[in-house]
Design a protein around this ligand. Structure first.
Ligand SMILES: Cc1cc2nc3c(=O)[nH]c(=O)nc-3n(C[C@H](O)[C@H](O)[C@H](O)COP(=O)(O)OP(=O)(O)OC[C@H]3O[C@@H](n4cnc5c(N)ncnc54)[C@H](O)[C@@H]3O)c2cc1C
Length: 303
């Protein structure tokens, strides 16, 4: 089911047609506060009252015209200016900023956004997409850090290479959002069994948490797996890390009760709020993470 859903995520015909189906639009509402940025801002203000921060992400990927990338940059600049009240961060996709077209232009876009984020006292995260983009995304991130621009990058625990990537990034005092990984990757380069992905995730946490303690990096655990988070917290405690510096981020609409519990307990919690109309690929990856959600979609077909 996971592979099938990830295949659907890449299918062009489905990407054009499914977003027009009313039942699909109804089902997607569970993971989006709304298509417009206003809805995301309202959700972030609500989270703030519960001590949960927000990360905004405009849906969209693989743009084919640099003018579209420029519009995305301008949009995020407006978002950063409008969201100082809620102290939100942003998370951007390299292929939405032009990576399929021109690497230098993509870098210029990232540079512009990292500067705008710093000016707004915010922070920019760079999402990690499928493995054809890993090297180029990391190269862009390293350029940002060598220029001393504040930014973070997502790394995927399902990739065999990730431990090496962490080691290479460490001298640059990185900010890393550790996720399990959301794309269909072959067994030659990625762990495919959940238990192996989880074991690698935890090993990476054990490696990085002492570095967080010594302020040589920032680490955010991007996961809904609260058992894994609890295990990582034990490593953090052994390293002497304070609770408020143990950071977790989850997606809007998923395990909100756990987000609130962790925030109440004193961890730093952020909710990644996605919005926009280009939700098709993103939404299919959410379904693939938990195929039981497909039944939720099926129920929307009923009157
Ligand atoms: C803040 C954030 C940023 C991310 N950024 C990236 C990125 O840049 N690149 C990338 O490849 N991936 C990214 N991901 C997705 C990530 O790689 C995983 O695919 C996703 O988080 C599911 O894995 P999990 O860690 O939640 O663990 P899982 O083992 O999949 O899930 C743990 C538990 O969480 C619940 N759960 C998980 N997913 C769902 C869901 N969709 N619906 C309902 N319940 C669910 C279930 O109860 C499940 O038992 C991001 C995830 C988060 C939270």
């Amino acid at each position: 089911m996971r592979r099938f859903l990830l295949w659907c995520a890449q299918n062009r015909w489905l990407a054009t047609h499914v977003p027009r189906w009313r039942f699909a639009r109804r089902a997607v509402k569970r993971f989006l506060p709304g298509e417009g940025f206003d809805a995301a801002l309202t959700a972030a203000a609500d989270f703030r009252t519960r001590r949960i921060g927000a990360i905004f992400t405009l849906l969209g990927e693989n743009i084919t015209d640099l003018a579209d990338a420029n519009r995305v940059v301008e949009h995020y600049e407006e978002v950063l200016a409008a969201s100082t009240q809620v102290q939100a961060e942003i998370s951007v996709k390299p292929t939405q900023l032009g990576l399929d077209i021109d690497e230098d232009a993509t870098y210029a876009n990232l540079q512009r956004l990292a500067r705008a984020a710093a000016k707004a006292r915010s922070f920019m995260w760079v999402d990690m997409e499928g493995s054809p983009y890993t090297d180029r995304t990391l190269a862009l991130y390293k350029r940002l850090r060598r220029e001393d621009l504040q930014a973070g990058v997502a790394l995927q625990a399902y990739l065999h290479r990730t431990v090496g990537d962490v080691a290479e990034l460490m001298p640059l005092k990185p900010a890393i959002r550790l996720v399990k990984g959301a794309y269909a990757e072959p067994p030659e380069i990625a762990f495919t069994a959940k238990k192996d992905v989880d074991a690698n995730y935890l090993a990476l946490c054990a490696y990085m948490l002492p570095e967080v303690k010594h302020r040589r990096m920032r680490l955010v655990l991007g996961t809904h797996d609260t058992d894994l988070f609890a295990k990582a917290w034990r490593f953090a405690q052994a390293a002497g890390l304070e609770m408020s510096r143990m950071e977790i981020a989850m997606l809007y609409g998923i395990r909100t009760d756990q987000q609130m519990r962790l925030a109440r307990e004193g961890f730093t919690v952020r909710d990644l709020v996605a919005y926009g109309d280009a939700w098709y690929g993103w939404y299919l990856r959410r379904l693939a993470e938990r195929p039981a959600n497909v039944w939720f979609v099926a129920r929307q077909l009923l009157p």
